[in-house]
Design a protein. Structure first.
Length: 263
């Protein structure tokens, strides 16, 4: 009963705090056992996965799984809603179509993981490592401040703000100061995404939408910008040298602060 109340309380806190621009961490004791411990072993996680079916996927809602080594596991379709996976090792894991809404993955290692079609709504992923990860087709409205996605793919993914539903505030991906070198963002929705001070050196933005994106101080050296939509994007102090296909970009003349570009 106590655990149920705790999960319900956490869920309520998560929903309440998403209304304050995804700034949840200042309200939570990140050093508490609830955020750094695990209540299951890898073997128990594997047993839950083995017992799962297509109609009843493995459900880890609200579970404490921080610090576990779950590398290489097939977690496709699993539910991790409001789960705590802080510093959890998920390198090479398959999380295709997984539900990670409101999950905590602070400093989690998802190097080379597959998250194709996964849902990451209001997830907390600051400083997570996703180098070489595949998030193609995923819905990502997570806080990835300081995260590393070097060589990762978000092709066709939706990281943009849902302007139809603002009851919880502006929910969108936050990639402030993130490492996005060589990112495959072909066809991705990055509208209104916070990319301030992010490094996108050599990123492929072909067909991506940067409508209203915050790019202040970002490094776009060598990006491919063919059919990239810059409508309303803030380019203040953006480093844009040696771009590929910028002459084929959309609405570059409608970007904000283009006179403050660093070329």
């Amino acid at each position: 009963m106590k655990r149920s109340i705790g999960i319900a309380t956490l869920g309520l806190a998560l929903v309440t705090m998403t209304a304050t621009a995804q700034d949840m961490m200042r309200h939570v004791d990140l050093s508490s056992p609830d955020m750094v411990s695990a209540e299951m072993t890898r073997a128990e996680v594997e047993a839950a996965l083995a017992a799962a079916t297509g109609a009843a996927p493995a459900d880890f809602t609200g579970k404490r799984l921080s610090g576990l080594d779950l590398s290489g596991l097939n977690l496709s379709g699993a539910i991790f809603r409001a789960a705590r996976l802080n510093k959890t090792k998920l390198a090479g894991a398959r999380l295709d179509r997984a539900i990670l809404d409101q999950a905590w993955l602070l400093e989690a290692d998802l190097t080379g993981a597959s998250l194709k079609g996964a849902n990451l709504f209001a997830a907390q992923m600051a400083r997570a490592r996703l180098d070489g990860a595949d998030l193609s087709g995923a819905r990502v409205a997570a806080d990835l401040t300081g995260a590393s996605l070097v060589g990762a793919s978000i092709a066709g993914a939706n990281l943009g703000a849902d302007m139809r539903n603002q009851s919880m505030g502006l929910m969108r991906a936050i990639l402030k100061s993130a490492k996005l070198e060589r990112l495959n963002a072909r066809g991705a929705d990055l509208s209104r995404v916070d990319l301030e001070f992010a490094s996108l050196k050599g990123a492929d933005l072909t067909g991506a939408s940067l409508k209203g994106a915050q790019l202040g101080g970002a490094d776009l050296t060598g990006v491919t910008a063919i059919n990239t939509d810059f409508d309303g994007a803030d380019l203040a102090s953006v480093k844009l040298t040696d771009p590929v296909g910028l002459d084929q970009a959309k609405n570059f003349d409608k970007a904000k602060n283009s006179d403050r570009l660093i070329r």
